[in-house]
Design a protein around this ligand. Structure first.
Ligand code: MG
Length: 346
């Protein structure tokens, strides 16, 4: 990437802590995030950190999570690295049962990166955060010499508050397993968008912040036993992790897994299972059997949960394994994938 004449570009000085970096923060960051504060000292103060006040009278647990985002391409069908960096961290909080209260944002940018692209990314990140009402509380900017980083890397750390944080390990025999929507869309949309494939499909990533979808389910309290967002490694990795941690067996009815037709079509074409690739706007929700219908109703009441379904049951048949009841009436183990078949997916 080499700086052109007309368009302003990121230079090493933009990450060097001086005037130019200050100007970048003043012009791009503070107008979008400067009013966000959750304590006495907020982002606007550009201090060394931000203070966090617990909401008045609120009891519970603070939840902290962090994620770095290296997705390629940075603009993809259905989203971009900005929306992903917000949703990825919000969703990790959401599946802990935590309402997001503030995020940090760290950007590592390659010298020569177009500032208009940076603005688009920040605008998208701000719009995504606005969907859940969580501000950026503090941040950091670094610029790397051309070639030392591929375009842009964003790290977000999220702080949330939960009445009782929900783990991904407390599965019990008899529990029902729900999915909040269609599976495989992010990974397959990314694959379709990669230059090496040049596929013309209508596939879009599902990237979205799911706290507004999950919050009504969290209100079911103790009936919610476990949650997890199936990101890298997809549904297969997430279910296997849950089964291993809890020692339980998860039995899934394959025909009940919601999937979009273009996602299935592309997966067959490429020979990559939609169950192995990342989702960025979905959750696995495990609830006590008597709460399953109510949880499903609450999920379906939100637009992001329109395709929610009950897809399985927790048993003690094969401890630490995931069993798939297939379309044709057979049964097989759904194994932990070696890794996500799509690199730089999030
Ligand atoms: Mg997660």
């Amino acid at each position: 990437m080499s700086p052109g004449k007309k368009e302003p570009h990121i230079t090493p000085l933009h990450g060097a802590g001086g005037e130019l970096m200050g100007e970048l923060l003043e012009r791009l960051i503070l107008p979008r995030f400067g009013e966000g504060t959750v304590g006495r000292i907020g982002l606007k103060a550009l201090d060394d950190g931000a203070t966090i006040a617990l909401p008045e009278g609120e009891k519970g647990e603070l939840v902290l999570t962090t994620d770095s985002h290296v997705v390629k391409p940075i603009f993809f069908p259905g989203g971009d690295i900005g929306r992903l960096a917000a949703a990825g961290t919000i969703n990790d909080l959401a599946v802990m049962g935590a309402r997001p209260i503030a995020l940090t944002l760290a950007a590592i940018i390659e010298e020569g990166f177009p500032i208009t692209d940076l603005e688009r990314i920040l605008e998208s990140l701000a719009a995504t955060l606005a969907e859940v009402g969580a501000p950026v509380a503090c941040g950091d900017t670094k610029v790397m010499p051309s070639g030392d980083v591929d375009g842009i890397v964003l790290n977000t750390t999220g702080l949330g508050i939960a009445a009782r944080a929900i783990s991904d390990a407390d599965l019990r025999p008899g529990d029902r397993v729900l999915l909040t929507g269609t599976i495989g869309d992010h990974g397959m949309a990314l694959l379709a968008a990669r230059e090496e494939f040049q596929l013309k499909t209508r596939l879009e990533s599902d990237v979205a912040p799911i706290w507004p979808l999950i919050a009504p389910v969290v209100e079911l309290g103790d009936a919610v036993h476990a949650m997890k967002d199936p990101t890298r490694g997809g549904l297969a990795a997430a279910l296997n992790e849950m089964a291993r941690k809890s020692g339980a067996c998860i039995e899934i009815q394959e025909p009940a897994i919601p999937m979009r037709e273009p996602t299935v079509g592309l997966s067959e074409l490429l020979g990559i299972s939609p169950l192995d690739v990342a989702n960025e706007g979905k959750a696995i929700v495990v609830v006590a059997p008597e709460a399953a219908d109510e949880a499903l109703n609450r999920l379906r009441a939100h637009p992001l949960g329109a395709d929610a379904a009950i897809v399985g049951t927790v048993t003690d048949e094969h401890p630490k394994r995931v069993v798939l009841d297939t379309e044709v009436g057979g049964r097989r183990f759904l194994d932990m994938p070696l890794g996500d078949p799509v690199p730089r997916i999030c």
